[in-house]
Design a protein around this ligand. Structure first.
Ligand code: ATP
Length: 504
């Protein structure tokens, strides 16, 4: 059964992934806070994106621009005039909706054919009794809706101490424009040749009319965007370079999400219709994900043509061109933009990783995160917390491994429960230290210096010399090849007996 949004919201709160912002004041539904595990997961997403798309590519450089920019940026980009959504209000309950989202909601209906009984009818459907379709407010079912008005989604603020028109500016609604505005700075300082990209991850703000669905649509969120500049006169494999690179980015982004765990059947591509295309776009393709709310946009990959550089050149009076050595001419590059949302990616990874299964008659909740995404990589658990040597060894292992990745120590429950807690937050590996590891001084027995590694997915256990832990985990966290560890150290056991024994 697919996971519900309620399950994810509740797990996120209970286990420290995501909290409602300002919850003690009643919270807001439009912004969320990332807790101790959420912040690790989010950082891992951004780090992997940066590693795979920036650090490892010779044709990519990074940028970290300000959120507050010159207000003319937003006039030139078209955001002041065109970054609007149509908004309607209910005359009765004053609820506000995005006009283009109204029909996608279930609607409240007082049916005249059943003496005015109240029904909540699924989105887009007619009433089964009277055949009526929605015309009134979907929320209260009573009020007429106003005609749509365009509402600008940019947050306004003032730069400096005087709150007047001259000081008006905006919180950036996307990170992309900084890459266009800095195009020449980056080009000159890094001596780049086309094609090359500029990447940036950072916060964006949109005063969404109807935020909601947990972290899917919020008013403050993070984006990971790339502006990949290409020479429109070049061809690759007989096709215009911008079109070739557009398809290449679509394939690369799909592969990236699959690589870190999103299942093939939960991903699809959606081509924008001509009428739907943004004013700057030659072609746009969305990667949609089957979120608990249904198929929705995870990221967009647009061919923005030369629109942005030309606009900023026109409004700033500065040349934003590239000298094509081969053709001996100045050209304005085309740009392909893969634009992803960090929060939506996190929601997708969380939803895809969530699994409930029955293990020996008990429910096990497990987040099957890719090891590189998992917020905690290793949990070190002493089997007996009353044995000082066991506890000391376990703390020592945590401290040594923590220099390399996120490791936690936990001795606050019996081992079976500790395993289940780690499964529920997606920790791929646990290490247990027991009497066999440290020996029993009273009996004159020395330890074997081996600890047990337990694999989250198979629940198998293997004993490994303590000194081998770091190289073993380095390998596992990179390729997750548990089979190789089993083959090398042998002696596999299941965690069953031990977790039962230890259960309180
Ligand atoms: P939507 O159609 O859902 O409003 P969009 O097409 O306006 O999104 P883009 O401008 O293409 O979104 O932004 C790129 C990415 O940024 C989106 O694919 C999404 O992942 C993320 N994003 C955009 N708006 C929000 C938001 N309000 N909350 C969270 N993430 C967002």
């Amino acid at each position: 059964m697919p996971v519900t949004m309620d399950t994810l919201v509740s797990l996120s709160k209970r286990r420290g992934f995501v909290f409602q912002s300002s919850e003690i004041y009643g919270g807001t539904g439009s912004v969320w806070d990332y807790g101790p595990l959420g912040v690790e997961l989010k950082q891992n997403i951004k780090r992997l994106w940066w590693r795979d798309f920036v650090q490892s590519r010779a044709d990519m450089v990074g940028l970290d621009a300000s959120i507050l920019m010159h207000p003319m940026v937003w006039t030139a980009s078209g955001h002041v005039d065109k970054f609007t959504d149509p908004m309607v209000d209910c005359h009765e309950c004053r609820h506000r909706f995005r006009a283009d989202h109204v029909d996608a909601r279930p609607w409240t209906h007082y049916c005249p054919a059943t003496k005015g009984n109240k029904f909540v009818i699924p989105a887009g459907e007619a009433c089964g009794h009277c055949g009526a379709r929605r015309t009134l407010c979907p929320e209260c079912g009573k009020g007429e809706l106003t005609a749509p008005r365009q509402f600008n989604l940019m947050f306004k603020t003032f730069m400096g101490p005087v709150e007047d028109e001259a000081a008006l500016t905006y919180l950036r609604p996307e990170t992309a424009q900084a890459m266009f505005v800095n195009f020449d700075n980056v080009l000159q300082s890094m001596r780049l040749k086309l094609p090359f990209g500029i990447a940036q991850a950072g916060r964006s703000f949109r005063n969404e009319i109807t935020p909601g669905n947990f972290i899917f649509r919020t008013r403050e969120f993070e984006q990971m965007e790339i502006e990949d500049f290409v020479n429109p006169h070049d061809t690759v494999e007989g096709r215009p370079a911008d079109e070739w690179w557009h398809d290449r980015w679509i394939a690369d982004c799909m592969a990236w999400f699959r690589r870190y765990g999103l299942r093939e059947e939960n991903l699809r591509l959606r081509e924008h219709e001509k009428a739907e295309l943004a004013h700057y776009a030659k072609r746009t393709v969305d990667i949609d994900y089957l979120f608990p709310i249904g198929w929705s946009e995870l990221m967009g990959i647009a061919n923005r043509s030369d629109y942005d550089l030309k606009q900023h050149s026109k409004f700033s009076g500065k040349s934003l061109t590239y000298f094509d050595e081969e053709r001996k001419e100045h050209i304005v590059p085309f740009v392909v933009e893969p634009a992803a949302g960090v929060d939506r990616a996190l929601l997708a990874f969380l939803a895809d990783a969530y699994q409930e299964e029955e293990v020996r008659g008990e429910k096990r909740v497990v987040l099957r995160f890719h090891p590189e995404l998992a917020p905690v990589k290793v949990a070190v658990l002493p089997l007996l917390k009353k044995r000082e040597e066991i506890v000391r060894t376990a703390h020592g292992i945590r401290a040594a491994l923590s220099r390399h990745f996120r490791v936690v120590y936990d001795d606050t429950a019996a081992i079976g429960r500790l395993y289940r807690r780690q499964d529920e937050v997606g920790t791929p590996y646990c290490v247990t230290v027991d009497v066999q590891t440290v020996g029993d001084r009273d009996k004159g027995e020395s330890g074997d210096g081996r600890v047990t590694i337990r694999d989250r997915d198979s629940m198998q256990q293997v004993r490994v010399p303590e000194g081998e832990l770091l190289p073993v985990f380095r390998g596992l966290l990179e390729d997750g090849d548990w089979g190789a560890v089993v083959a090398r150290f042998g002696g596999v056991t299941a965690d069953a007996g031990r977790s039962r024994e230890g259960d309180p």
